[in-house]
Design a protein around this ligand. Structure first.
Ligand code: Q5B
Length: 447
């Protein structure tokens, strides 16, 4: 099993082969944990379609049944775990089909007796596609207080006795906050290699995840940011969102404040670091550094139940420009494509976009005042990060408040734009550009 956190309170699975008991046990666990959504989004029962009635607490629910893996993945694009209860004869083929679905991230294979060569093939395919296989011959896995695979951890009585319905401090064959517990097969070598690793000081880790896991399990830069900044493994849609923010903010041409400073510095013959920091130093409340304030003000206004009108007018009275609103070039009839792309991704992948929708309502109101008062990239990232923090189930309320108060989010723009500024420095050096002198007619001389 991966050493990073694989599941959260919003994780949903597709269950292959209709097995009423383990599915009902998953739903019972969900209810005990206080999950809002059932962890089984759909059942795949090859050849048959319809619904299966099960219980979510005391409420009877109908879980869709699909005739094929493809149909189930298309119907439930946010269900990224595939729990395979196929027999050993068909487990390998169905697991491979699941791994080939872009929406599936983790495949758990319960069957015993799957041929070793098939298993190796599945693991190799999963590794090269940044996916995770648990099993074959696994009892599953459990994320305390969040998600349970099938029958893992036994009866509900046992789960209550072990307090597995709420997050704890001990990990099970995985990293945790206070200790590492490893359960191995009798007679295995794992204990000895652990003792050896401890003697040698242990491999460098990012928030407890060893470097080798980061490479072997195909972590991306979004995962690394989630480990180093937020000290936890966020779900893939969150780390993908972080990566999209970085890609979209990497550059916005040579005319923006940061790039201009970098270009002038590079043309003055200065080195890479000087050119980079001279550009970075322009990032602030007007340029790129409005993300934290956008998150702070949108959160405060939404949480206090202010209407967009009340919010914007109260800001006006205080003489504060609404952070995340307004652009030098973009207009109501010429929107920022980056904002649209971020919104589209979030609408498809986030469980909730309530803060973003609020920011959109604010924009609708500001656009009635002036055509340049569009939501800008800072406003999009600020409001959507609030949705990520609130909707992922990975942060407590005090943690969200602390992140917003400290101000983590401008870091995304700083990190992203460094990529572009370094590129602008290299461009100037490669093109052997001479010392910059500003055209004198552009300057107003007054006596
Ligand atoms: N007015 C961004 O201003 C800009 C208002 C507003 C209420 C507002 C301005 C602003 C908040 C900070 C913010 C991030 C300075 C911007 C970025 C990255 C970038 C950059 C790129 C990239 C633009 C004209 C009239 C005045 C103002 C009023 C303006 N903004 N009222 N709330 N937010 N925004 N920054 O065009 O009555 O005439 O006095 O501070 O979110 O930095 O691509 O370039 O990737 O590199 O210079 O995208 O909006 O407008 O200053 O002439 O104001 O509009 O009070 O009203 P402008 P101004 P009045 S994204």
């Amino acid at each position: 099993m991966a050493t990073g956190q694989l599941f959260s309170r919003t994780t949903q699975a597709l269950f292959y082969n209709y097995k009423q008991l383990p599915i009902q046990r998953m739903l019972d666990f969900d209810f005990l944990c206080g999950r809002e959504t059932p962890s089984v989004a759909g059942i795949i029962n090859p050849g048959s379609e319809g619904f299966q009635k099960l219980f979510f607490g005391q409420e009877e629910i109908a879980i869709p049944v699909h005739g094929s893996i493809e149909a189930a993945c298309a119907a439930h694009p946010t269900a990224d775990v595939f729990i395979n209860f196929a027999s050993f004869r068909s487990a390998a083929a169905s697991s491979m089909s699941a791994l080939k679905q872009p929406t599936i991230r983790v495949v758990a294979i319960i069957a015993e007796g799957v041929p070793e060569s098939d298993t190796k093939h599945l693991i190799a395919y999963a590794r090269s596609n940044n996916k995770v296989v648990i099993g074959p011959a696994t009892v599953g896995g459990i994320q305390a207080g969040a998600f349970r695979i099938g029958d893992t951890a036994g009866t509900i009585d046992n789960i209550i006795a072990c307090k597995l319905y709420r997050p704890g401090s001990v990990g099970f064959v995985s990293k945790s906050i206070k200790m590492i517990v490893v359960l191995g097969e009798l007679g295995g070598q794992d204990e000895y290699s652990l003792v050896e690793a401890l003697k040698q000081g242990k491999e460098p880790c990012y928030a407890g995840v060893p470097m080798s896991s980061i490479v072997e399990q195909g972590y991306g830069v979004g995962d690394v940011i989630s480990l180093l900044w937020f000290k936890r493994s966020l779900p893939r849609y969150c780390t993908k969102f972080i990566e999209i923010c970085i890609m979209l903010c990497a550059d916005h041409g040579p005319c923006v404040s940061g790039a201009h400073n970098t270009i002038v510095t590079a043309r003055a013959g200065k080195d890479l670091v000087s050119s980079l920091v001279s550009g970075l130093l322009t990032i602030g409340p007007r340029f790129g550094g409005a993300i934290d304030d956008a998150a702070r003000y949108f959160k405060d206004a939404y949480d206090r139940g202010l209407t967009p009108y009340e919010f914007v007018e109260s800001m006006k009275k205080k003489g504060i420009r609404v952070p995340g609103i307004g652009h030098r070039i973009k207009r109501g009839d010429n929107r920022d494509k980056r904002v649209e792309l971020l919104q589209e991704f979030a609408r498809t992948n986030f469980p909730s976009v309530k803060y973003m929708e609020y920011a959109v309502q604010v924009e609708t109101y500001t656009l009635t005042k002036a055509n340049n008062l569009v939501m800008n990239v800072d406003g999009a990232i600020g409001s959507l990060f609030l949705d990520l923090l609130a909707g992922s189930g990975m942060f407590t309320k005090p943690e969200i408040d602390e992140i917003v108060e400290i101000g983590y989010l401008n870091g995304l723009f700083v990190l992203a734009r460094s990529i572009g500024l370094i590129g602008h420095t290299f461009d100037q050096k490669r093109l052997k550009q001479p010392l910059y002198r500003h055209p004198w007619e552009d300057v107003l001389y007054t006596k």
